[in-house]
Design a protein around this ligand. Sequence first.
Ligand code: ZN
Length: 420
Amino acid sequence: MIVKKKVYYADYIYYNNKIHKNSYLLTDRDIIIGIADNIDDSSNEYEVTRYENSAIFPTLINTHTHLGMSLFRGFADDLELMTWLKDYIWKVEKKYISEEFVHLATLLSIIEMIRSGTSTANEMYFYPNATSKAFTEAKLRVIIGFGALKSVDNAIESIESFKTTNKIRSALCPHALYTVGKEGVKQLIDYAKPRDILIHTHLAETVAEVEIVKEKYGSTPALIIDEIGGFDCKSIFAHAVHLTDEEISIMGAKNVNVSHCIDSNLKLASGIAPINALDSSGANITIGTDGAASNNDQSMLSEMGTVVKIHKVISNNASVLPAEKVLNFSTTNAANALGFTDTGILAKGKQADFFVLSFDSAHMTPVYNPISHLLYSANNNDITDMVIGGEVIMKDRVILTIDEEFIKSEARKIAKTIKI
Ligand SMILES: [Zn+2]
């Protein structure tokens, strides 16, 4: 049987990081093979899907998640980070989480990912096999973190026996310097570096964290991470809120990957990361939602919507971090940071990973610049379709790979049993 090449028409296609009007995206199985203004369909070689009054964008990549926490969404709010963690989150986690719990919570999060045009997560949580199962079912991409809150040896043993695929990969995740300790983090970096394993950790999230680290080690978190080689290996750092000018220039010079988690930082009053300065100095900026309990949603659209505005007001400059740059934080920059280098851009030879943005609603009308609409006007309901590796994941707002209604009803049932 001849497999037809799938071709997708849209009014706008963000191809090779440029907008092409009234074009066709050409794919062959899981790969993009080009773009064309017109196609000759007389040969019957193509199967054409038309997205009228729409744009095709590369899927978004969320570089810092705790997807397995989504069943704690809204459980404890309006608290500062350490109180929130110690008095609420760590207590319910200890009491309730299991393989089944994390599987269900991850599926619930994946629904939010798909609806916000997100194909890929950089996940840090417990029960990696449950996470892997959820992502395999949904057919999305993920880097699963092998966490070390206590035992470094255990994280190393677990990552060694974990089965990866093209879509499901692994990382080592020391939670943070203040929880794992300098020696523990160094041990993981030393293990990861020669094996080219990604290190994914929290860095300088709060003033309190910086003070704890200074008291214990006589230096600041970013300088210690630099001292133990964390900026000289494949690594990504979530938050990076409290940095000195010296730390910003070191991170810039070493092109360090940063996951900017603005909604979580705002909600927990952690501060605003110096993203414009980091970006200007050479750091590779990406965007993460953090967990649903500290955000409280996992929409990359709303996250980008905050990022694109907040740095303008703190710089008193409306031209800082324009819309397209913020989009690229979530696509090309993120793909490079995580090593998913065959994604993050629509270009010849890359994976056919894209979502479709509709301009049908009043708040999306008229269209002068589709990128502006994606960053400043769109919400999740404007995303109608998603394709990952050439496979249709969502069609006309219906998710095809997992059962959305069943997952939501199971989540409501479990929530009734959760108490401190
Ligand atoms: Zn986090």
